[in-house]
Design a protein around this ligand. Structure first.
Ligand code: NAG
Ligand code: NAG
Ligand code: NAG
Ligand code: NAG
Length: 432
């Protein structure tokens, strides 16, 4: 019987896109295997619209229940949809897997879970029998590889995750419970693939390898498999080209949230006062009215667009700083572009990523007090653009960028790990 390799995606933020990138890399290197990509309908529509059908011939999108009850009225809380989805788990994925089996007449012997380590805990090893056979469970971390640190108190970088001052009390959500159990459940995984590279922190790599069965850093995914083409409908790249090297501030806070109104205004005031050219990826256009007067005054200084080809923006030499929520993909792309950051983390792994960027790797600054104020943001811009410390940040991130490029190069660590992963995946195909 033929085998399908299912990938289980977490459909929020930018988790699904990098998992699909990894799925595509594997599927194009193993054209005879079948893959399915389980994700919410909305997220599947989004991530598959960005790639060409030729790029995913042996990957079948499969939509799972998003947990939103019929007639549900959203309260406006930014994380409501996330919680509903997590409550629907793992039943929604189980149903999706059953559908894959029924529709394709294939067998499942191995699961890939992106983020959803709990699923691995449930189905790895003997527990997999409830799915009709023992399963190999492969976990994929598309974000911060440091979550495991928070289990032991030996590393003070854990503070970031447990800090009490979270804007939306994220600690209370199921998601936090799931990530805090990361190591616990990752131990059950046959292999853990990560969107990072070994040289980014050799100590952590060694530590993880000593604790888990197989640790494969195969990233940064974006660098390992850069998109063949990208769209630039709003002309950001052309706009960037008209600017001096390292002069532009690029701003984006990911797909889930927009900073609160007072912070948006403070940020705008700081950019205007410092006369920094800016490119702002502003997704929630319903909130743009908050900045109306600012945008009128700064129409020649900056450009605000609903979407950017972020990796290409960060790789363009005009960009001098990335003002970011410090989500793992953003940090990873900033490293790929060699652009220092100003971090304003909001929740989840962002606090921890921010501490790594600012204190450990010293490739960025945080804003004083943790929220955007006019004076705090001006100071952070000054540090990155015109201080000795800022110069050092640029140097440090240049070194990390070179290591990342090396890792995904011909004989690099990520390339070797990818080959190992491919062998593991091929082993999931039953020999007839
Ligand atoms: C998270 O875990 C704690 C302790 O185990 C529990 O009290 C809390 O209800 C859990 N939160 C959610 C949202 O499940
Ligand atoms: C996390 O792990 C602990 C200890 O093994 C367990 O008691 C708890 O139920 C787990 N929490 C979740 C949300 O899985
Ligand atoms: C920046 O973008 C412009 C326009 O596409 C391009 O000509 C230029 O080479 C880019 N610069 C870098 C360093 O990528
Ligand atoms: C990779 O290793 C092979 C064999 O040692 C060598 O011939 C080749 O030049 C190396 N490539 C790079 C880019 O270093």
């Amino acid at each position: 019987m033929k085998v399908t390799l299912p990938f289980l995606a977490f459909p929020f933020g930018t988790h699904a896109a990098p998992l699909l990138t990894l799925t595509r890399c594997l599927s194009s290197s193993a054209p005879n295997l079948r893959f399915s990509f389980l994700n919410s309908a909305k997220s599947n529509a989004k991530v598959f619209s960005k790639i060409k059908p030729d790029d995913y011939r042996n990957i079948k999108p499969c939509n799972v229940d998003n947990g939103i009850p019929e007639d549900h009225v959203f309260s406006g809380h930014p994380l409501e949809a996330v919680e509903l989805f997590l409550r629907a788990m793992p039943r929604n994925f189980e149903n999706g897997l059953k559908e894959v089996v029924a529709n394709t007449g294939t067998k499942i012997t191995c699961l890939f879970t992106g983020f959803v380590l709990l699923v691995c805990g449930r189905y790895g090893g003997r527990n997999g029998r409830s799915m009709g056979g023992a399963l190999d469970c492969l976990a994929v971390f598309c974000f911060c590889p440091y979550v495991h640190r928070c289990h032991s108190n030996e590393h003070n970088t854990c503070e970031g995750l447990t800090r009490r001052s979270h804007t939306w009390e994220f600690r209370r959500t199921i998601l936090t419970n799931a990530t805090q159990n990361g190591t616990h459940d990752a131990r059950k995984a046959t292999a853990l693939a990560m969107n990072a590279f070994e040289e980014i922190d050799p100590t952590v790599t060694k530590d993880l390898k000593s604790k888990l069965k197989m640790v494969l850093n195969v990233g940064p995914f974006d660098l390992a498999s850069p998109p063949k083409s990208y769209s630039d409908d709003s002309g950001c790249i052309r706009w960037l080209d008209r600017h001096e090297p390292a002069s532009v501030a690029y701003l984006s806070f990911g797909t889930i949230l927009t900073p609160p109104p007072n912070e948006l205004i403070a940020l705008a005031q700081a950019l205007e006062a410092q006369k920094v050219p800016f490119l702002w990826s502003f997704r929630d256009t319903s909130k743009l009215h908050l900045l109306e007067a600012f945008l009128q005054r700064t129409s020649t200084q900056g450009k605000v667009v609903p979407w950017t080809p972020q990796l290409q923006v960060l790789e363009n030499s005009s960009v001098g700083v990335f003002i970011t929520h410090a989500g793992w993909n953003s940090v990873s792309e900033s490293i790929a572009g060699g652009v220092p950051m100003i971090c304003r983390p909001f929740f989840a792994d962002q606090m921890l990523n921010s501490r790594l960027v600012v204190d450990i790797w010293q490739i960025g600054a945080s804003v004083e007090g943790g929220t955007f104020t006019k004076s705090g943001t001006m100071r952070a811009l000054e540090i990155v653009f015109s201080s000795e410390k800022g110069k050092k940040m640029k140097e440090n991130i240049g070194v990390l960028k070179a290591k990342a490029k090396m890792a995904v190069g011909e004989n690099g660590s990520s390339t070797k790990n990818f080959k190992t992963l491919l062998k593991v995946v091929s082993g999931c195909e039953e020999i007839p």
